[in-house]
Every structure is written in C-alpha cells, then in structure tokens.
Design a binder for this molecule. Structure first.
Ligand code: AMP
Length: 601
C-alpha cells in the first residue's frame, strides 16, 4: 500500500463543469428510499418474460430497440490501427459463438475459459458464452503457466479460448496436467495451425460455419454467468461465482459512478482477465449503449494521452498505479494533447493517494473519482460521485442500495460474532474496523466454486465481511486503511502470497518461503519473497537471479520482484510463516509491533 499521507487535503467541490448534468443528480435523494426493483425496471429482460440475460441486455436489446447500427467497440490494435464493431455485428458474432459452443456440446452452466489479450474476440467469447447460458471465466493473459493451470484445474476447464501464441507459452508447458481440457478454440494464427494443438479448433472457421441466429434460452436471474478467480491468504485461488442478475448493479453503478450514457466513448484500462475489466470494460458500458474503447497494448504515457485525444474518450476508468505513472511522466506531456472531450475520470482497485486526485484536477482539469469494490461484490459498492464533493484520499460513500458497516475486530484482526450471536458495529466516526456490507444486493457473489464452507465463512450475522480495514468519517466518507489479511495488491492486481510461496518452493534450493507486499511509491506494493535455502545450496547473487527467473517463468506477472535470503523465518506456534512480522521488519518497525502497520484513525 502506498505511504499514508499525513497532509489533510481540502475537499474538491462537485466538478460538473460545462458538461451535461451528472446522471446521479443528488446522492442523498437517490439513496433515500432506494429499492433494487427500481434499478431492475431499467432492464429489458428477455422477450416473453423469459428472465434476464447479461448478453441480451448488452447486445440484443439494442438491436431490438433500433440501435444496432451504433458502435459498440472501438478497438485500437498493437500498431495504433483502429477498427469498429457495431452492436448489430457484435450481436451476430456472439450468436455464432454460442452456436459453436452448442455444436461442441458445451452445456448450460458449463465453464468456458479465455486466455487472451484485449481484443474484440474476447468480447465475443464472453458475451457468446453468456448467450449460451454457460459460465465465462476470463484468465489474465500475463499469468504464467502455473496460475493458468491451477485455475483451469480448479474450474474443470474443458473449453479454452486463446491465441496460438498464448497457447504455446502458457498452456502447452502444462498441457499434460490438464486432462479435462478437451477443446481449444484458437483466435488468429495461420490457417491450419489449429491441427497442431490437441483439441485445437480454428475459431474463425468454426464461426463461419455456424449460424448467425441464436435464441437465448430462458435465463433465471440466478443462473451462474461469470467465474472470477481471486486470492486469499491461504490455499489455492478462490473462484467467485456471479449470476446474470449482477447486471442490475453493473448498469446502475455505471450510470451513478461512471456517469455513463449512450453517447459516451468509454475507456476502461483494466484487463478483462480481472473482474473490473469484465464488469466495467465489457458488460456495464454495453448495457448503456456506449462505445467501449479497448487497447491491445499495455501502458505507455504517450500512447495513452494520444488515445484519449484521438478516440475522443469522454469517460475514463483507470487505476492508481497507471495514474501515478502518468504523474511521473510530467505535467508538460498532457498539455500537448487536446483532452477536451474528457469529462469524467474514475479510479479503482487499490488505494488512491490524495496527491493523484489533486493532480487530476490541476493537470487534466478533472479530479479523479476513487471508488471501491472487490471480486466478491460483483460491482462498485463505495464511490465518489460527479454530483458530490470529492474528499481526496477517500473512497467515497456507498452506492444507493448498499448498506455498509465498520465492524469491531477480534484477536485475529477480523470481525467476529460475539457470544450473543451478533457482530459489533462501530458507530463512532473515525474508528478503524473491518468493512462489511449488508448481504443480499443483486451482484453479490453466489458462492466460491466447490467451497461452500469458505463461502459461509465470508458472512456473519447478515453481513458480508470484506477483509478490508476502513474508517468512516462523520459525513459517511469511507477511508481505506489496509487489509485485514496478508493478500498483496501490486499494480492493482490481487496476489495471493500462498500461490507465490508454493511456486518458489518447487525450486530445489528453497526449503521455505514467506511472501509479502513491500510498499512501493508507484505500484502500491511489490511482491517480495523471503527464502530459506536448503543445505548444500549457497545463498548468493546467482541463486537470487535464478529464483527470480524461475518464479517469473512459472508465475508471469505475479512473480516476486525481490528475493531476500533468510535462514530464520519467523513462525507462529502452529509453524506457519508469520508474514506480518516479515512485513514489519521490512518496514523497519519494532519486532512484533505490527499494529503500526495501520495508520492512525
Ligand atoms: P479484487 O477482488 O482483485 O478486485 O481486489 C479487491 C481489493 O482491492 C479490495 O478488497 C481492496 O483491498 C482493494 N481495493 C479495491 N478498490 C480500492 C480502493 N479504491 N482503495 C483501496 N483499496 C481498494
């Protein structure tokens, strides 16, 4: 987590400017008496009262209502070339994809995985899968082979959509450990190259052969739609399952928080391999009929400013690490670009330091609107709004329909049910506790795949426990304090220390490993490993380099950036490595003084 600022920044008045009035005009009024039924009524629903399907809301609805000619996707390719896809085209492509799945015998409810960069094919695979009422599970294309393998195994992946290059680098090395993987739908590549991949199918050929009509089957709103893997402190990644009903919150929050409408050109920089990139980079803007920009390349300051200018982006949803990198690129650079189309900037995924909010206002002409949510919540839960004062450093206030509470923590640092069967809510402003959400909102996750116990343990006394520590001020603004557990947020990516430790321990020189997030001014945290070396190996520079490379090959983007040797890792009485103590040592705190890891309220 980025260093905590001691400077108190004055609030920033609503930034309505000369643009259209905010779609959420009055925060308090919208919250008062809000009912999810009202948000549900904004959705079309499947024709004939056949339920609710995300893909129908995102695509077919627009075609039915005469908006098929409008641009759905504006794709920027690797060399800056652009191409557009209309709603009608996307509706047809996704129907073909759904027919391809049916042809392969993929059943409703069965999971379809993707491993792909940001390109229209990802939209087609996601929304086509949802049309077929199968469950879409996107994987981050910067993962190495091990995280890819683990998620495919946990999700019983039988169908994977990927590119030939990603297949070769990330799947082929572990293919013998994926006995359930049967069909590999390949996007791009030379004609005929699919033959060299076991179970390989050229997706373009299969789509050409498939019909362009597909009737979405009746879809109960509770039908599983999306599977997103996330990380905890211990054990393997957890697969959070979301239902089609989540679209109610996707659409509503995109209006309230991102201020999106049909005339917007919207750019969400998150990768669709993570929950933000799927919920707000694909689904939410399409339900509102907006044009979604997608960029095949990763961050580059010049490219990003050019893209904002050249594509006429009006609403931009990005992340603190990216904004901090832009800040570092200097104030002069953005002045060379015409960013006058831009009217709203929002950020999510990791703590947003107040300096960035103010930099946005001073340099880009718009404050950055921080908001908060997590994989399990399915959609934005706490936010700063265009119509309301922004408090730099605060994540804002709960969206209409969401009730939050700050819960007192027990000895293990997490909220607990007392002997009376209830949690204790801290009502006094400024006290630090675990953030909880009153259960039952439409985008709430419906389970952890194959792990009912873990799901049940995420709730107490009618509240969902987020694992985040916050305080709330007298006006209801929420301030992020830290995590109640050991998960790491590096450049906005949630990294489970266990997954990294397990990969390191596969190296013959490693007896034991403890992995922490080390504070970093740009990435928030970087992954750092402490390693105990086995007898017979020398803890030297060569071994350090070897371990870094070993982890990188296996884990990809979530690999540690630093390795230190430590022959005396601290342990709990039950023998687990005490990551908190490693972190305290790294920060130069007194031995055992982990309390100061949290800033004062
Ligand atoms: P994920 O499930 O990968 O989306 O990660 C969710 C976690 O990211 C949350 O539980 C927080 O720890 C962190 N997070 C998300 N948004 C924010 C924010 N605006 N400020 C601070 N932390 C955030």
């Amino acid at each position: 987590m980025a260093a905590v600022s001691t400077h108190v920044w004055p609030p920033i008045a609503p930034s309505v400017g000369s643009g259209p009035p905010p779609r959420l005009a009055d925060y308090e009024a919208a919250r008062a008496g809000f009912r999810w039924e009202d948000a549900r009524r904004e959705l079309a629903g499947l024709p004939g009262h056949h339920g609710l399907n995300i893909a129908d809301e995102a695509l077919d609805r627009h075609v039915r209502e005469g908006r098929g000619h409008r641009r759905a996707i504006l794709a920027v390719g690797r060399h800056g070339e652009t191409s557009g896809v209309t709603y009608a085209q996307l509706a047809a492509h996704t129907s073909r994809f759904a027919n391809v799945l049916r042809g392969l015998g993929v059943a409703p409810g069965e999971r379809v995985f993707s491993l792909m960069g940001r390109q229209p094919a990802l939209f087609i695979a996601a929304l086509g899968t949802l049309k077929a009422t199968s469950v879409f599970c996107p994987l981050f294309s910067a993962f190495g082979p091990e995280p890819v393998r683990d998620r495919l195994v946990l999700g019983n992946g039988r169908v994977l959509v990927t590119t030939p290059a990603l297949y070769r680098r990330k799947v082929e090395p572990v293919r013998d450990q994926l006995p359930e993987l049967e069909h590999v739908l390949l996007v791009g590549g030379d004609p005929g190259s699919a033959h060299s991949v076991p179970g390989g199918i050229d997706l373009a050929e299969a789509m050409d052969a498939a019909g362009e009509e597909f009737a979405i089957p009746p879809t109960d709103p509770d039908t599983p739609a999306l599977l997103h893997f996330t990380s905890g402190t211990t054990g393997r990644p957890k697969g959070a399952v979301h239902a089609h009903e989540a679209v109610v919150v996707h659409r509503a929050t995109a209006q309230w928080v991102l201020d999106l409408g049909a005339d917007d050109v919207f750019w969400c920089t998150a990768d669709p391999g993570w929950v933000t990139g799927m919920s707000y980079g694909v689904i939410a803007p399409l339900t509102l009929g907006a044009t979604v920009v997608t960029d095949a390349r990763d961050y580059d300051a010049l490219r990003w400013y050019s893209l904002l200018q050249d594509q006429g982006v009006t609403v931009w949803y990005t992340a603190p690490t990216a904004l901090r990198m832009l800040m570092r690129a200097g104030e002069e650079l953005p002045r060379r670009y015409d960013l006058s189309a831009l009217r709203h900037i929002a950020s999510v995924g990791e703590p947003l330091n107040p300096e960035v909010v103010v930099w946005g206002r001073d340099v880009l002409g718009l404050p950055v609107h921080d908001n908060w949510w997590q994989t399990e919540t399915g959609a934005i839960m706490v936010a700063n709004y265009r119509c309301a004062e922004v408090r730099p450093g605060s994540m804002g206030r709960p969206v209409p329909g969401i009730e939050t509470a700050v819960l007192e923590r027990g000895e293990d640092g997490r909220a607990q049910v007392g002997p009376d069967g209830h949690v204790r809510i801290l009502t006094e402003p400024g006290l630090v506790g675990e953030l909880a959400l009153r259960r039952g909102w439409p985008s709430m996750f419906r389970g952890y795949l194959h792990d009912e116990q873990r799901y049940a343990a995420s709730f107490a006394d009618g509240w969902y426990l987020t694992g985040d520590l916050v305080r709330v001020d007298g006006q209801g603004y929420h301030w992020f304090v830290g995590r109640a557990d050991d998960v790491i947020k590096s450049a906005g990516h949630l990294v489970g220390p266990f997954e990294v430790e397990t990969a390191l321990m596969e190296h013959p020189a490693v007896a034991e490993a403890g992995v922490i997030g080390k504070p970093d001014p740009v990435a928030g945290e970087v992954v750092k490993a402490f390693v105990t070396v086995r007898d017979g190996f020398t803890a030297d520079e060569a071994l350090r380099e070897e371990l870094l490379a070993f982890a990188r090959r296996r884990l990809g983007a979530v690999a540690p950036k630093e390795v230190d040797f430590d022959q005396h890792l601290p342990h709990t009485r039950s023998g687990k490595v005490m990551r908190r103590l490693l972190r305290a040592r790294e920060l130069g705190l007194e031995e055992g003084d982990t309390s100061t890891l949290e800033p004062p309220a």
